[in-house]
Design a protein around this ligand. Structure first.
Ligand code: FCB
Length: 451
C-alpha cells in the first residue's frame, strides 16, 4: 500500500489526456480537418506512418474510459476539446454535433463525481486556420477567443475552471521552429510571432472565460535549467535558454512583460508582432492557477554553433525512460521552489497538469501489465512535490500523464504513457500495476485527510 503524502487539505488528484491523442473519429459528426491530420499524412512525418485517425477510439468508448477514471477515485480529469469539432473551419457558428460530444463527456464525468478540466487548445488547430498561416497570423488569436465563447457558453454551467493553451512553448518550437510537429514549419527564430499570438489568444480567451465567471489557467511546459558548468559562458547560455523555454510563456502573463531575449538578437517586440496594449491584455485576467507540465530538467552549455546562444547537454548518470528522457524527480521540487522564488506573490496556486513517463509496457502471458518503472517515476515525483509543499509552495493538485496509452505525436503509438494499456488492434484496455498503485495512493490520501 503506498504511503500517503503530507499534502494540503483538498489536494486534487487527476489524469490528463488530449483530444487528437485519444479520440479518433476524425471524420465523424462534422469534424473538420486539423493540422495533425494533415501532418500525420505527410510521408516520414510520424514514425511508421501512424496517425490519430482511430487512436484509442475514445470518441465512442468514453463511457468505458470514464468508468476507468471512476475506478481510480479521481477528483478531476484534464482533457482537451478539439477545436475542429466545434468549428470545422476555425470560424463561424458551432457544429452542434461537436458540442454534443463534449456535453455527453462532461455529464458522464459529473455523474462519476469527477470535475472536468478542459484545455481549449492542445495543438490540433483547424487546418483552415493553418491555411491562413496558423499562429503566425494575429487573427488566429481572435478566432480562438470566438471559439472559446462558443464552448464556454455551452459547458460553462457545469465546468468551473478552464485551461486556455497547452504548452505554447512546445507548440511553437516543435511546430513552427523545428518542424517536427504539426504544422511542420521550420522557421527557427522567425517562429516567435507564434509565441506572441498564442499568448494574445490566451489573454483574449481568458477575458471571455472571466466574463462568464469561470476560472482561468494555462498549462506551461516548464523545466529547471541547469548550466553544464559554473563557467560564465555556460551560465549565460543557461540564462538565455531559461528565458526562451520558461520565461517567454510565463513572464508576460504573470508580470506583464517579455523577458530579455537579446541573446537571441530579438527585441521586446518579438519580431515585430507585439502591438501597443497587447501585453496589458495578456496579463489583464489574473490566472486562478498555473498549470505546470514537468517531465525533466534541462542541462545547457555554451553554444557550439552560431545561430543559437545555447546547446543542450546530456544529463548523465540517471535512469532514462523508454523515450530516453532523463528521470530526475527532484527537478520538480527545484522547478516549483524556483517559480516561487522568481514570481513571489505574483505566482498563483500551482497544479501539476502533466507528469509521467513512457515505458515499453506489454501484457505478460497471464494478461497483466507490470510497470514498476512507472510506479517508481510517479512515487519519486510525488515525493518531490510534497517536498516543495513543505518548502512553502502552494500546490493544489497533480494530474498524471496519462490515463491511456495513446498517439504520442511524432512517435506515433511507440511511446506508452498510460496507467491503462491499450491494445491498438482490439482497443482492449488493461489497467497496469501503476493504475492500482495510483488508486491506492488516492484512497490512502483521502483516508488520511478525512481522519
Ligand atoms: C507533453 C504534451 C502531451 C504528451 C506529453 C508526453 O509535451 O503536452 O500531449 O505528449 O508531452
Amino acid at each position: 500500500m503506498p504511503q500517503p503524502l503530507d499534502l494540503p487539505q483538498g489536494f486534487r488528484w487527476g489524469v490528463s489526456t488530449a483530444a487528437y491523442q485519444i479520440e479518433g473519429a476524425v471524420d465523424e459528426d462534422g469534424r473538420g480537418p486539423s493540422i495533425w491530420d494533415t501532418f500525420a499524412a505527410r510521408p516520414g512525418a510520424v514514425r511508421d506512418g501512424h496517425t490519430g485517425a482511430v487512436a484509442c477510439d475514445h470518441y465512442h468508448r468514453y463511457p468505458e474510459d470514464v468508468a476507468l477514471m471512476q475506478g481510480l477515485g479521481l477528483d478531476g480529469y484534464r482533457f482537451s476539446i478539439a477545436w475542429p469539432r466545434i468549428q470545422p473551419t476555425g470560424a463561424g457558428p458551432a457544429n452542434p454535433a461537436g458540442l454534443a460530444f463534449y456535453d455527453r463527456l462532461v455529464d458522464a464525468l459529473l455523474t462519476a463525481g469527477i470535475t472536468p478540466l478542459p484545455t481549449l487548445f492542445h495543438w490540433d488547430l483547424p487546418q483552415a486556420l493553418e491555411d491562413a498561416d496558423g499562429w503566425l497570423n494575429r487573427d488566429t488569436a481572435y478566432r480562438f477567443a470566438e471559439y472559446t465563447a462558443l464552448v464556454a457558453d455551452r459547458l460553462g454551467d457545469r465546468v468551473p475552471a478552464w485551461i486556455t493553451l497547452n504548452e505554447p512553448f512546445v507548440h511553437m518550437v516543435y511546430g513552427y521552429a523545428m518542424g517536427i510537429h504539426a504544422p511542420g514549419r521550420a522557421l527557427m527564430l522567425d517562429a516567435l510571432p507564434a509565441a506572441h499570438h498564442q499568448l494574445l489568444g490566451h489573454g483574449l480567451a481568458a477575458a471571455v472565460l472571466r466574463e462568464r465567471g469561470l476560472d482561468v489557467m494555462i498549462a506551461n511546459n516548464l523545466t529547471p535549467v541547469r548550466p553544464a558548468s559554473s563557467s560564465e559562458a555556460d551560465q549565460a547560455a543557461a540564462t538565455a535558454y531559461d528565458a526562451l523555454h520558461n520565461r517567454l510563456f510565463t513572464d508576460p502573463i504573470l508580470l506583464g512583460h517579455y523577458p530579455d531575449l537579446s541573446a537571441f538578437g530579438v527585441g521586446p517586440d518579438l519580431g515585430g508582432s507585439v502591438r501597443d496594449g497587447d501585453l496589458k491584455l495578456i496579463a489583464a485576467t489574473p490566472l486562478d492557477g498555473l498549470g505546470v507540465n514537468y517531465y525533466n530538467p534541462t542541462r545547457i552549455a555554451a553554444p557550439t554553433d552560431p545561430g543559437l546562444p545555447f546547446t543542450e547537454a546530456p544529463i548523465e548518470g540517471v535512469p532514462r525512460t523508454a523515450f530516453d528522457w532523463p528521470v530526475v524527480p527532484d527537478g520538480l521540487r527545484e522547478l516549483l521552489t524556483g517559480l516561487r522564488d522568481r514570481y513571489g506573490a505574483a505566482l498563483p496556486p500551482v497544479t501539476i497538469t502533466e507528469n509521467g513517463c513512457s515505458v515499453a509496457d506489454e501484457p505478460a502471458a497471464d494478461g497483466t501489465v507490470s510497470d514498476p518503472d512507472r510506479i517508481a517515476y510517479l512515487a519519486g515525483h510525488l515525493d518531490a512535490l510534497a517536498a516543495a509543499v513543505a518548502e512553502g509552495v502552494d500546490v493544489r493538485g497533480y494530474f498524471t500523464w496519462s490515463l491511456l496509452d495513446n498517439f504520442e505525436w511524432a512517435e506515433g503509438y511507440h511511446q506508452r504513457f498510460g496507467l491503462v494499456h491499450v491494445d491498438f488492434e482490439t482497443q482492449r484496455r488493461t489497467p497496469k500495476a501503476s493504475y492500482a498503485w495510483y488508486r491506492d495512493l488516492i484512497t490512502a490520501h483521502r483516508a488520511l485527510q478525512e481522519r
